[in-house]
Design a protein around this ligand. Structure first.
Ligand SMILES: [Zn+2]
Length: 494
């Protein structure tokens, strides 16, 4: 590329960094004993502390600190042995104290990474696992702060504020600008959400506002070291919405520079219905929040029991679970990945496959193919005893029912909740493996199809399949196909 050559869209690369706010699952708020609960009548979970009345003393919530340390441990961060809380000063009605208690220069966690597993990518952008390696997105830091209240704007031009959310614990996870595509941003959020859910730290549901995300995005000519001017996107409330917003914004920025314009530092709002970003405000002078240490809150030492408490709660993470599922149950790496992506589904599978681990792959097939194919709505787990899956896999692999019958039993099992063994009896489905009875069917088929017999004798091995089909028909689908094949070949070769 020379200085004079005109650039095209392909000459630009995209640089994306995400700031994720995540509501922590705790019983009470961050600095008072009000309930931390979604919903409830407006302003019903409030007290002098979270309303910012004078003369109160905030007391940090130990559980929120432990959950933040646990998050840091799951993401490979360095956990500070000492951290402190600071006041971030700003004037806005959603923060009655006129400052937010946050962490400035001594956050709880530093560094770490979120690894982009292939299955975390959007389905239409999943690449061949053999050719792509998992990509780590580095983290800058994770800190703990309090959430703000929620404002409502009514039709008559008035506004109201609900302080139920004010003061609830909020974790901010800041990534390095390591993300290069909208699909990677999608994968980052999916992978992060998965880990937060695994650790029981948060339900991380973006639609419910439990996980909120601000996106910083800029473009620069490939090979250039300095970052381009960045824009910040707000109002993103789903993981797929983040992907759509980024696609739009990348095209917009490239359009601006290719037509000779300059990117202005802006904060833009994403409108998911219209599918576009619109200007909220241009770069205000660098915000001076006048952070200073909160004089009401002692610095926190994590090495006095808090760190140990977080350690004890470390769960088996998706990656380790995937490896173990392959080793223990003989499922494919893909099946293990799909199972491990959903902790509840993986638990269900393990219970289902436990009675006979050797049938694990068959159980996984029933669960991942047959069940998910017929599941409706937001049904994510079968409502039948997990052991039934093992029972069905055993009936099938031992040849007591054939694969067609297994599908029928499966559908009935899900619909009625009855055990596969009971259903096989009830539906009269047991596969016929009685050699005498099968021989009679085979004789009948051979007598009725002289052409197929002649073909087979002339060397056409496939002709046996036509005869096999006849036997299956005669037996109304109950014959053991493998045995039938053996008997036919024996009789025809005699
Ligand atoms: Zn309160």
């Amino acid at each position: 590329m020379t200085a004079t050559a005109p650039l095209t869209a392909a000459d630009y690369e995209v640089v994306i960094g995400l700031e994720v706010h995540c509501q922590l699952k705790t019983n009470t708020k961050m600095f008072c004993s009000c309930k931390n609960e979604f919903g409830g009548a407006s302003n019903s979970h409030v007290c002098p502390v979270c309303l910012g009345l004078p003369g109160v003393l905030p007391v940090p919530n130990e559980e929120a600190i432990v959950k933040t340390i646990l998050t840091g441990e799951m993401l490979g961060c360095q956990i500070a042995t000492r951290c402190k809380f600071d006041r971030k000063n700003y004037f806005y009605p959603d923060m009655p104290k006129n400052y937010q208690i946050s962490q400035y220069d001594e956050p709880l966690c530093l560094g770490g990474a979120v690894t982009l597993d292939l299955l975390a990518y959007p389905k239409d952008a999943q690449k061949d696992p053999a050719t792509v390696e998992d990509k780590p997105i580095r983290l800058v830091r994770i800190h703990l702060e309090e959430d703000v209240a929620k404002s409502f704007h009514f039709d008559d031009g008035t506004s109201g504020i609900d302080f139920n959310r004010a003061g609830t614990p909020l974790m901010e996870i800041v990534s390095e600008a390591d993300i290069s595509t909208p699909e990677e941003a999608f994968a980052y959020l999916s992978a992060l959400k998965q880990i937060l859910v695994y650790g029981g730290v948060s339900d991380a549901d973006m639609e419910k506002g439990q996980m909120r995300c601000d996106v910083n995005i800029s473009i620069r000519p490939r090979g250039q070291k300095e970052f381009g001017t960045k824009c910040e996107l707000k109002n993103l409330n789903s993981i797929s919405g983040v992907r759509r917003a980024l696609k739009y914004e990348i095209a917009r920025q490239i359009d601006v520079v290719l037509s000779g314009g300059k990117i202005e530092q802006q904060t833009r709002r994403w409108d998911d219905d219209k599918g576009e970003t619109t200007l909220m405000r241009t770069k205000e002078k660098a915000h001076d929040y006048r952070y200073f240490p909160d004089p009401d809150i002692q610095p926190v030492r994590t090495d006095r029991g808090l760190y140990e408490r977080a350690q004890q709660r470390l769960p088996e993470l998706p990656k380790a679970k995937k490896v173990r599922l392959v080793q223990t149950f003989g499922v494919s790496s893909y099946q293990a990945g799909v199972l491990a992506a959903d902790a509840a589904l993986a638990d269900y599978f393990e219970k289902a496959a436990a009675p006979k681990p050797a049938n694990g792959a068959a159980v996984a097939n029933f669960l991942l193919n047959d069940f998910l194919a017929m599941a409706t709505g937001d049904e994510t787990l079968p409502k039948v005893a997990p052991e039934f899956f093992s029972e069905l896999a055993e009936l099938s692999s031992s040849g007591q029912i054939n694969s067609k019958q297994a599908k029928e039993v499966f559908a009935q099992m899900i619909a009625t909740g009855k055990s596969p063994t009971a259903l096989v009896k009830e539906l009269g489905l047991a596969q016929v493996s009685d050699v005498g009875q099968l021989e009679a069917f085979c004789d009948q088929a051979i007598a009725a199809n002289p052409k197929s017999v002649a073909d087979f004798k002339a060397g056409k091995q496939n002709a046996v399949n036509a005869l096999k089909g006849q036997v299956m028909k005669l037996s109304k689908g109950t014959a053991n196909p493998q045995l039938v094949g053996e008997i036919l070949v024996r009789k025809l070769s005699a």
